[in-house]
Design a protein around this ligand. Structure first.
Ligand SMILES: NCCC[C@H](NC(=O)CCC(=O)O)C(=O)O
Length: 447
């Protein structure tokens, strides 16, 4: 068995972070629509989390923001002329689409791709499939830059395979790692991959939500398992409980998280809880691991509290001593049921013995907690050396990025500011500098 470390690639928040209410089914996005955001604070909050976890010895890296506004999108739908012309007319005729083109949503890198480590794939390489995110216009073109970024970081084809997104059509709705988790004895050991889907395109009798959209389909999850060459005996597909999607659980990582042999989940997370647990247990026996299911019941934490506090959108990290820390957003301490639950959790004799709390309010107000903000990539030492090093978080990189944010980011962005052509210029200048800082010339296709 190989040894491997789990790298968390956090999304660096881009300079156009704003609240546009673009995500129907995401309660926070809808509740904060059109309020003023603070992009500078958002980026600094994210960087503070990366720095603190790196300082604790966790392997930490970042994924850069995407170029905004998305002029490719605006020009493709008939806005022509100079950049300023495009922006002025889009603001006049289609302000909601202009907001889509400006969204900083690539910051939630859990949705960038699904990742299968080399220990699980047929060819011994780490496989990535960029997520098509086709359920929402503002996210539907992210895969173009995500694929380009992943290829820039993981270009060594002896170790890595970066697949294009699945066909962008509702049958293959794919939201990446937010609906995927891996259970194993350790990061380097063979593991069991759990794919959670919200609906089945070609089975109208399968469970599906009534109020809010299900973003992930079974067909997409199966396609990714095929592309990554996963062994069927170690792959579990599970239906999310459609009732919780209708209560605001738009991704499975809002109601469950796995790490090592631990699955931390709400009793209402799955359509058929006992079937999922049985299948996981059986598959895990095959890789020499025993499932440790940490179940939270509704009496302790109602679904509504899980959604507002983002208890399950936490990072579950293995510490050097083998115990686990739960990285939670500060909202968990402000919710009475959740803070009481967490106190008992860490005092008990289960696998989780520490809470690490971060203020991520700027991201949380758009429905993104600690887990949304990171993409997990388990890498052996050889793989870690083969990837681009400029994105690995260090004290020096942290300091450079704080200076960069201070120089380029605004501290207030209101909906009307998207009409300001100067904002587009500021965003472009910021990314030009960032390419240099990260050692990634040509990262963006600015043609
Ligand atoms: N994994 C967390 C994703 C959160 C993201 N929110 C948004 O896109 C909100 C954007 C806005 O409303 O401005 C989403 O719903 O996909």
């Amino acid at each position: 068995m190989q040894t491997a470390r789990e790298y968390n690639f956090d999304g660096l928040v881009g300079p156009s972070h704003n609240y546009a209410g673009l995500s129907f089914g995401n309660v926070a996005s809808f509740s904060n629509v059109k309020s003023a955001s603070n992009p500078k604070q958002a980026a600094l909050q994210g960087l503070a989390k990366m720095r603190a976890l790196a300082a604790r010895g966790f392997a930490q890296a970042l994924l850069p923001p995407h170029a905004r506004p998305n002029f490719r999108l605006l020009r493709r739908i008939g806005f022509t002329g100079t950049d300023a012309d495009v922006l002025a007319r889009a603001w006049r005729e289609a302000p909601a689409i202009l907001a889509c083109a400006y969204s900083a949503s690539p910051m939630w890198t859990a949705n960038a791709a699904t990742v299968s480590p080399s220990a699980d794939s047929f060819d011994g390489r780490t496989h990535f499939t960029s997520a098509n995110l086709n359920n929402k216009l503002h996210r539907a073109e992210e895969h173009i830059q995500s694929t380009r970024t992943l290829r820039a970081l993981f270009g060594d084809e002896r170790h890595f395979a970066v697949h294009d997104a699945l066909p962008s059509t509702p049958a293959f709705g794919d939201e990446g790692a937010a609906n995927h988790t891996r259970l194993a004895a350790s990061h380097g050991a063979r593991g069991v991959q759990l794919f959670v889907y919200g609906r089945v395109e070609f089975d109208p009798s399968a469970p599906a939500p009534k109020r809010y959209p299900a973003r992930q389909t079974l067909e997409a999850s199966q396609a990714i398992a095929r592309l990554h060459g996963l062994d069927a005996a170690r792959t579990v597909f599970a239906s999310q409980n459609p009732d919780v999607i209708d209560q605001g659980v738009f991704h499975n990582d809002v109601i469950a998280v796995g790490n090592g042999n631990v699955l931390f989940y709400h009793e209402q997370a799955f359509a058929d809880e006992s079937a999922v647990l049985n299948r996981l247990r059986a598959a895990m026996i095959g890789v020499g691991a025993e499932l440790d299911a940490v179940r939270v019941d509704t009496r302790a934490v109602p679904v509504a509290d899980a959604v507002t506090s983002y208890l399950f959108n936490s990072q579950l990290l293995t510490k050097p001593d083998g115990a686990m820390a739960l990285v939670v957003p500060h909202e968990c301490q402000e919710n009475q049921a959740v803070s009481r639950y967490l106190e008992q959790l860490v005092a008990g004799d289960g696998p989780i013995d520490e809470l690490i709390d971060f203020d991520l309010r700027q991201s949380m107000r758009n429905g993104g907690g600690p887990a949304c903000l990171r993409l997990r990539v388990a890498l052996t030492d050889a793989e870690a050396q083969a990837m681009h090093q400029g994105v690995v978080m260090t004290e020096a990189l942290y300091a450079r990025l704080v200076t960069w944010v201070e120089a380029h980011y605004r501290d207030r962005l209101e909906p009307k500011d998207l009409a300001d052509p100067q904002l587009a210029i500021e965003c472009a200048q910021a990314l030009e500098d960032l390419q240099r800082i990260l050692g990634l010339p040509g990262l963006y296709d600015l043609s």
